[in-house]
Design a protein around this ligand. Structure first.
Ligand SMILES: [Zn+2]
Length: 102
């Protein structure tokens, strides 16, 4: 079965980009999909405004309020792509800063 997957480079916002990448991840995980890799250079995904991220380690894209992460890289408890809020103090990823935002 040939799966019609959307192009991550054409995503119009961070939530849509996250959805598209999860569709790719699912297809890659499915041995019957005929898809074995992303069609796109994941190190040059589009970003959607907001302050430039200084530490982009494990940060794949962003908008003004949220970052795109690949959950499986951060914790074994989460798989797939997800968005998470930026630190409201420094606007970096919460796993890269020392601010206590609880
Ligand atoms: Zn911070």
């Amino acid at each position: 079965m040939l799966t019609k997957l959307r192009d991550p480079q054409k995503a119009e916002n961070l939530v849509e980009l996250c959805e598209i990448l999860n569709e790719w991840a699912e297809a890659i995980a499915d041995p019957h999909s005929g898809v074995d890799d992303y069609n796109s250079d994941l190190t040059s995904l589009p970003t959607f405004g907001g302050r430039e991220v200084n530490d982009t380690t494990e940060v794949w894209s962003w908008d003004a309020d949220n970052l795109l992460i690949n959950g499986a890289q951060i914790t074994v408890y989460v798989s797939g792509w997800e968005t998470q809020p930026r630190c409201p103090t420094c606007h970096e990823a919460v796993f890269h800063c020392e601010h206590d935002n609880d």
